[in-house]
Design a protein. Structure first.
Length: 389
């Protein structure tokens, strides 16, 4: 299932109310953006990249993600959406949204963050990985010139979110790390206006930009692709170690985060790997971080493998629970008991889900309403936007 609409799909679905964001009069609406259409051939607003250093001969080195691309004049880095122009590094996707939706927060998935609420979800083109199973490859694996994008400023996004009655903005679908400046300015403005921001990311980001960004984020979801360098190198064109570093930094920062592991048959589904991953999570991050094992479906460049057997996900869940992780979920299997949140003390269901919908919520004041055991998470909006000490 795609998580975004292209121009034609947006126009069709706006008329049926599927993707439309019904906004107050006098403000830019999604319909107006679509009717105006993408600005083909127009130069996007240039914004200087926040983290890079200048080298000799007009070259620069990007300092946002661990790739640390060294880029000559008039060239771009791996992500393809930033360009060196005479020794100054610019993002080409600032205020250029290629996807806008109002999604359930459970779709991200974030299960311990304001359950039952929506998040205004935005994306810009590009990624610093190339996962062969990429779900949103039509925007993540293309350059900005190849994707329909619509002008949408941070100010408009924050107002749109508030007009929709959503407590949160989600930076998602592609890889938010590569549209860092757009995300940073929007999250910063949103926080000042009482709107939360969550980053849905592969976690491939350097320490300094992560720490600075987390001043304004209210939660993070990290896709832990696997627990071997081989998988990261061959299937994602990336590295495992920097992602593990990010997870440890998130814990140190004190921001709420959850982990998703897409289980791909024969590639990252061995019991040994799941056991090693689970032990690392328990030892380095603690037993309260939610871990979602989600079902793979053939996609992008991996179409020769079958969907993940549900039994494989159930086995992974059991291994993680045995390792001491309290909140382990099964994703992409609507109706499965592994979608629910269980109290570690009394074992009762405290949040009952089916798909992206909340059926019952028995978390009151951050505690199980049956036995008063603390359930970690972000359960109320004031808690989301409060300052972290």
């Amino acid at each position: 299932m795609k998580n975004f609409c292209n121009r034609r799909e947006f126009l069709r679905e706006v008329s049926s109310g599927v993707c439309a964001l019904s906004l107050s009069s006098g403000f830019t609406t999604i319909e107006n953006l679509l009717n105006a259409g993408p600005a083909y051939g127009a130069e996007p607003p240039l914004k200087e990249v926040m983290f890079y250093k200048k080298l000799e001969d007009l070259r620069i080195e990007c300092e946002i993600c661990p790739r640390a691309c060294k880029i000559a004049d008039r060239e771009r880095g791996y992500c393809g959406n930033k360009e060196n122009r005479r020794g100054t590094y610019y993002t080409l996707v600032y205020a250029q949204a290629c996807a806008v939706h109002n999604d359930p927060i459970e779709k991200k998935p974030l299960f311990h963050y304001l359950p039952g609420t929506n998040a205004l979800s935005i994306a810009a083109a590009g990624c610093n990985f190339e996962c062969k199973f990429c779900q949103n490859w039509q925007i993540a694996q293309f350059r900005p010139e190849q994707v329909d994008s619509y002008p949408l400023t941070p100010e408009q996004i924050v107002k749109m979110t508030k007009d929709q009655g959503s407590p949160t903005i989600a930076y998602t679908y592609s890889e938010p790390v590569v549209f860092y400046e757009y995300m940073y300015d929007t999250a910063r403005l949103g926080r000042y206006q009482g709107v939360g921001s969550v980053m849905i990311s592969n976690g491939y980001i350097k320490e300094e930009p992560l720490v600075e960004l987390c001043k304004y984020l209210t939660a993070v979801k990290v896709d832990l692709k696997a627990f071997t360098e081989k998988f990261y190198r061959e299937t994602c064109s990336g590295e495992l170690k920097p992602v593990l570093d990010t997870l440890e930094r998130l814990r140190k920062i004190g921001i709420w985060f959850e982990i998703v592991v897409l289980i791909v048959p024969t590639l990252n589904d061995s019991e040994k790997e799941i056991r090693e991953m689970s032990r690392w999570i328990r030892e380095k991050l603690g037993g309260n971080v939610p871990v979602h094992f989600t079902r793979f479906h053939p996609m992008y460049k991996i179409k020769n493998l079958p969907p993940t057997p549900v039994s494989t996900l159930e086995r992974a869940r059991k291994i993680a629970q045995e390792a001491g992780i309290h909140y382990v979920y099964i994703g992409n299997v609507p109706g499965h008991e592994g979608e629910h949140t269980y109290c570690p003390s009394c074992k009762k269901i405290v949040i009952k889900r089916t798909g992206f919908f909340i059926l019952e919520n028995h978390v009151k004041g951050g505690k199980c309403s049956f036995c008063n055991h603390p359930i970690p998470g972000v359960w109320e909006k004031p808690q989301a936007i409060q300052d972290r000490k």
